[in-house]
Design a binder for this molecule. Structure first.
Ligand SMILES: [Zn+2]
Length: 137
């Protein structure tokens, strides 16, 4: 099996997001027509259907809305990651995003309501995946 089968496919629409991720920046979409952010990224605003939309940089800070710990997943590389956690994070900008808990950290630190900050794990030259970790200090 190709070792990168699970990675996102970068296309013309998602390329800005993944390019920024490689630079350690988390982008979300913003609608200029109704002046509101949204996630997941797509061309048209999900509220007013305007195509007057743009990428904006998020602070990457938020709080854990919920999470799930995966103890078993037979497919590599997840098999080797388990146990790992998928988290839903409410970003300061007002959108809810999904990501993984930083795999280098103890799962016991993870809790609903925990203030977190995005970080990135470089997987390939093209892809750095968003991870979340507690805000320090
Ligand atoms: Zn809109």
């Amino acid at each position: 099996m190709d070792e990168t089968w699970y990675l996102p496919v970068v296309d013309s629409e998602s390329e800005p997001f993944w390019k920024a991720a490689r630079e350690g920046r988390f982008l979300i979409m913003h609608c200029r027509a109704c002046d509101r952010p949204y996630f997941y990224p797509r061309r048209y605003c999900p509220r007013c259907w305007s195509d007057d939309t743009e990428w904006r940089e998020s602070s990457g800070r938020g709080t854990v809305y919920s999470y799930s710990v995966i103890h078993q997943n037979p497919a590599p590389p997840f098999r080797d990651w388990a146990p790992y956690a998928v988290v839903l994070v409410d970003l300061e900008e007002g959108v809810r995003v999904m990501g993984n808990w930083d795999r280098t950290l103890d799962l016991d630190a993870l809790a609903v309501g925990l203030p977190v900050q995005v970080t990135f794990e470089e997987i390939t030259d093209e892809i750095a995946l968003p991870r979340f970790r507690p805000i320090e200090g």
